[in-house]
Design a protein around this ligand. Structure first.
Ligand code: SF4
Length: 424
């Protein structure tokens, strides 16, 4: 049953629906694929099954490292049957790993469906291992498909970091914290832009190294760089940090709105803001121009997957003139997405949650020009003649900020060009 949750005017003029039913979304383990590249001295040890190992391996399959920063401690039949002591086994695996890899400073024990089923207490295991392995901090979070979808893995990981972040003294001057894993190149661009605005004390969560995680306190003002960080934001709020309400830095408009929130909070004058951002905005505008022709008027359907769907659809509709058939999202955080919802065209159908068959029916009936969805849905839809974009690519590719606006548009334009070629 697709029961409209609220009337349109209650949520920024969008047509909001809520669905429950079968879902087709990756589990939170997927986040390891980009997180292990971000925190360079961290290691992600999935406590899971061979299925978990295959998922991580195939999701990360394109990346070959001499020394990978993730692995799976396999729970096998003996463990599931309660015949082996999983804690002993886990301690053995962790000790061997740290002995072999002294460069590891932060070890995440990542829970999975099997570790949840056998009720393995990874938080106690993390405490025990932190005491045993003196050179390494051990934390835990869940990436299980029972508890998390896809990008919620990053949220759970960052939320696990917050209690251990250094405490900023109460009298410290305000600092800016950017929350959410961003490509290094994007972080560096934002740092330069904040510096040009006169905001000098800018920190990032996660930091690039375990030993340089940011201090957080009452003076911390934070900007979410990703829309899926509900638990992380909650943990930061509890520490006394204050969230700056903003759209997300996708496309030129979103980036300007995001930077404006920081500028307002730190008393940056309009003239300084203009001077710091004008060149970037102009470059983004130039980069986007050819895509307005390619994507203008194209009908786009989003399946719920990454939680990036609302900001992405705002970008497509407002900056490239695309038409939004339906915007699916696994969860709609009303507060974090308030600025985005305000910007969506009035009447946009937004579906929170998923009933896969119903949504597939609506997609097939609509025959959109482009469908943004998970890997599992893309092949069948392509076989039915629909052009698709894998939403996971939007997490692996640097897409935030002015300099990446053109690359972001290209990600959506490419499947249309490929399909056009196939049709020829
Ligand atoms: Fe599958 Fe669960 Fe492992 Fe994810 S955590 S790969 S959903 S078994």
């Amino acid at each position: 049953m697709n029961a409209p949750l609220t009337h349109a005017s209650a949520c920024g003029g969008i047509d909001l629906h809520r669905e429950d039913g079968q879902r087709a979304v990756f589990c939170g383990l997927t986040g390891i694929v980009w997180l292990h590249r971000k925190i360079r001295d961290a290691f992600f040890l999935v406590v899971g099954s061979r299925t978990c190992a295959h998922l991580i391996q195939s999701a990360a399959g394109v990346m070959i490292f001499a020394e990978p920063r993730f692995a799976t401690a396999i729970i096998d039949e003996r463990d599931l049957a309660g015949l082996a002591d999983c804690n002993d086994e886990l301690d053995r695996v962790a000790a061997r790993l740290i002995e072999r890899r002294p460069d590891i400073k932060l070890l995440f024990l990542v829970g999975s469906c099997p570790s949840e089923v056998i009720k393995l207490d990874l938080s106690r295991a993390a405490q025990r291992l932190t005491a045993k392995l003196s050179s390494v901090k051990v934390l835990n979070y869940s990436g299980s498909g029972i508890e998390t979808t896809f990008t919620e893995g990053e949220d759970a990981c960052l939320a696990a970091l917050v209690p251990d972040l250094p405490r900023e003294p109460a009298e410290a001057p305000p600092s800016l914290l950017v929350v959410g894993a961003l490509a290094d190149v994007v972080e560096d661009q934002f740092l330069r832009m904040f510096a040009a605005m006169g905001i000098g004390d800018v920190r990032f969560l996660p930091a690039r190294h375990a030993g340089s995680m940011p201090a957080v306190g009452r003076g911390t003002r934070y900007l979410l760089a990703q829309p899926f960080l509900t638990e992380t934001a909650r943990a930061l709020d509890e520490r006394g940090a204050k969230r700056l309400a903003a759209p997300f830095p996708l496309g030129a408009e979103g980036t300007t709105g995001w930077l404006t929130a920081a500028a307002d909070a730190f008393g940056v004058s309009q003239a300084t803001f203009e001077a710091a951002t004008a060149a970037g905005r102009a470059r983004a505008d130039t980069a986007l121009a050819p895509y307005r022709e390619k994507l203008g008027g194209k009908r786009v359907f989003f399946f719920p997957d990454s939680q990036l769907e609302v900001p992405l659809s705002r970008f497509l509709a407002r900056e490239l003139g695309a038409e939004l058939v339906e915007v699916g999202t696994p969860y709609l955080h009303r507060a974090h997405l308030a600025a985005e919802i305000e910007l969506l065209p009035a009447g946009t159908r937004v579906t929170e949650g998923q009933s896969l068959d119903d949504q597939m029916d609506r997609c097939r009936a609509a025959r959109p020009d482009l469908t943004v969805c998970g890997l599992g849905l893309a092949n069948p839809l392509e076989a039915e003649g629909l052009a698709t974009k894998w939403s996971i690519e939007l997490l692996f590719t640097p897409v935030q900020g002015y300099e990446q606006a053109g690359d972001l548009a290209e990600l959506f334009a490419r499947p249309l060009a490929r399909r056009a070629l196939l049709e020829v």
